[in-house]
Design a protein around this ligand. Structure first.
Ligand code: S3P
Length: 167
């Protein structure tokens, strides 16, 4: 059994995953880190250089691998739920939680958008808005949804632990 965190870039999946794993004593993996181990490059850099098709292919392999783990908190890259096979694998052995955030909050949390190849630096607000709304139907396939706009990291972690019966 795993806990899988999905959501848009900047939603806090990596940070919350780390905190949650510590709280419940599970292992934490981050799929972007696993991609880094395979390519030697940060996810955004690899995506820009290799193209999205190749990136998604490699990401698919990483998901198949981490889905087989147990007692693991899995922080996923923002595009993972777009692939139905990814979601099927992750759900087979895990509870999927969408860390939901509004475009305004996402932009505030993103920091340097130059490292984000899928966001148009000339119009980041609309770029995030449009990409997020296209992804909502995929993120909605989560088992649980937590609105993170107005609560801090510790509160998000506690909510997930309660929802998953681990608190
Ligand atoms: C992506 C999100 C990134 C990374 C890659 C593609 C996306 O991960 O996997 O740049 O498609 O939303 P984070 O969501 O961890 O930033």
């Amino acid at each position: 059994m795993n806990i899988v965190l999905i959501g848009f870039m900047g939603a806090g999946k990596s940070k919350i995953g780390r905190l949650l794993a510590k709280k419940i004593g599970w292992t934490h993996v981050d799929t972007d880190d696993n991609l880094f181990k395979r390519t030697g490059k940060p996810a955004g850099v690899y995506l820009r250089e290799a193209g999205e098709k190749q990136f998604r292919k490699l990401e698919r392999d990483v998901i198949a691998e981490v889905s087989a783990l147990d007692k693991t908190v899995i922080s996923t890259g923002g595009g993972v739920p777009l692939n139905d096979d990814n979601m099927a694998d992750l759900k087979r052995n895990g509870t999927v939680v969408w860390l939901k955030a509004s475009p305004e909050i996402i932009l505030g949390r993103l920091g340097d958008i130059k490292t984000r190849p899928l966001i148009d630096p000339k119009d980041p607000v609309n770029s995030v808005r449009e990409r997020l709304s296209a992804r909502v139907p995929f993120y909605e396939k989560a088992d649980h949804i937590i609105d993170t706009d107005n609560i801090d990291g510790d509160a998000v972690v506690s909510k997930i632990a309660i929802l998953c019966g681990l608190s």
